[in-house]
Design a protein. Sequence first.
Length: 74
Amino acid sequence: MNFYKPLLTIATVLAFAPLAHAQFGSGIVFDPTQSAHALQQIEQGSQIYTTAVATRNQIVAGWRRLYNAADAEE
């Protein structure tokens, strides 16, 4: 029985070595939950950017109308 215990330990370590390397080594581990969250954040950032550009365009158009109205009065 004492002879098989070290062999079982070595076999277990060797069996899980590729998994440990993928998780902690130089490999990349794909996490679908995190990837979905990242895509949601990218979409939200895109919507925020689109809204900011539209708001900026409205502000610039308003200032131009005011400037042109003030220029027409002179």
